[in-house]
Design a protein around this ligand. Structure first.
Ligand SMILES: [Zn+2]
Ligand SMILES: [Zn+2]
Length: 349
């Protein structure tokens, strides 16, 4: 075993993390050791910390969208070399043999993919500890080459927030002339807008308040639709081929289904749990309701290549990792444009 410094929950249900050493496994033949340089702060991290009851024998170390540098490779690794810039997302292993894995959808593995933190390693049964740390050890297949030209801090959020909106944009065939609306302008939403615009879509932001107009425009969107403006929502009825709904708080899906065009799709990417939908809102216009989360390995590589080609990264506020608790608390208040990224280099000091 080797050790590295990490930010971990010292007690149950807290966002106040403490700096302490954790153990990482010695490299297996197909493992890669990554020095974590930048790690995004995701809403899932907040949820996990709140749900952490402290009864497990391992600490909770969040962090599942990070970029870094390869420092060591296992004896059988041929796809990565020491010094390579790389990126790791929210899954780090899967069974590799089920229908989902064979279809390239490791994120839907029927045995459930191994999560980057608070998951169970498939080989030794240990709890996985996340990227709020200076080093991560990960199976080679789940390490993505980070294309040159991508800023490593701005690229980190692509690995969770980005891929979660990229998979539906890609699989729903968004391209030039597709009419796309993105509801909610947070970590996921702002990346959905940038990616849809780069795909050539006619892109609209849906927001509760008109004060997001300048932000929407700054991200490249063609317009803003204010969801509390009943007249504007009525005028937008049946007008979007794809609506990506990134609003994570419980809300009525009906107004968003109403603005979906005939045979169009509402994709809800927040983890809303059980929702109620009047089938008539699907029936009229043969509308589709779907969801998405994370992405397969091939689609993630596709995203990174696309982002590099189009110069797309998240809009980030980079903080030294020692300010992780401040980042979590401000994220909880919605006080971020649009993603916090922790610079892990202060863990060396
Ligand atoms: Zn995440
Ligand atoms: Zn599988």
């Amino acid at each position: 075993m080797r050790t590295t410094l990490a930010w971990q929950a010292g007690e149950p249900a807290t966002t106040s993390l403490v700096r302490a050493p954790i153990r990482r496994r010695d490299l297996r033949p197909d493992d890669v050791a990554v020095r974590v340089d930048f790690c995004g702060v995701c809403h899932t991290d907040l949820h996990a910390l709140r749900a952490h009851d402290g009864t497990r024998d391992s600490p909770l170390v969040p962090g599942h969208e990070f970029t870094g540098t390869v420092t060591e490779i296992g004896s059988a690794v041929t796809t990565h070399a020491v010094g390579d810039p790389v990126a790791v997302g929210n899954i780090v292993d899967s069974c590799g043999t089920c229908a989902m894995c064979l279809a390239g959808q490791e994120n839907f593995c029927r045995e459930f993919p191994t999560l980057t933190y608070d998951g169970t390693d498939r080989r030794d049964g240990s709890r996985t500890l996340g990227g709020y740390a200076r080093e991560y050890v990960v199976r080679d297949r789940f390490v993505h080459a980070l294309p040159r030209g991508l800023d490593p801090a701005a690229a980190a959020p692509l690995l969770c927030a980005g891929i979660t909106v990229w998979e539906p944009l890609r699989t729903l065939g968004v391209g030039p002339s597709t009419r796309v609306a993105v509801a909610g302008l947070g970590g996921l939403g702002h990346l959905a807008v940038k990616l849809a615009v780069a795909l050539g879509a006619d892109t609209t932001v849906i927001s509760r308040t008109p004060d997001k107009a300048a932000d929407a425009k700054g991200l490249g969107a063609d317009g803003l639709l204010v969801s509390t403006d009943e007249e504007a929502m009525a005028a937008a009825r049946d007008s979007f081929d794809v609506v990506i709904d990134t609003i994570s708080a419980p809300h009525d899906l009906a107004p968003y289904l109403h603005v979906v065009a005939m045979d169009g799709t509402l994709c809800q990417v927040g983890d809303l749990g059980t929702v109620s939908v009047d089938i008539i809102d699907l029936l009229i216009g043969r509308k589709r309701l779907t969801s998405a989360g994370s992405g397969g390995l091939a689609t993630t590589a596709d995203l990174l290549a696309f982002a590099a080609e189009h110069g797309i990264g998240a809009d980030v506020e980079v903080l030294p990792s020692s300010r992780v608790s401040e980042a979590l608390d401000r994220l909880d208040r919605g006080d971020v444009r649009y993603r916090f990224v922790l610079d892990m280099s202060d863990l060396d000091a």
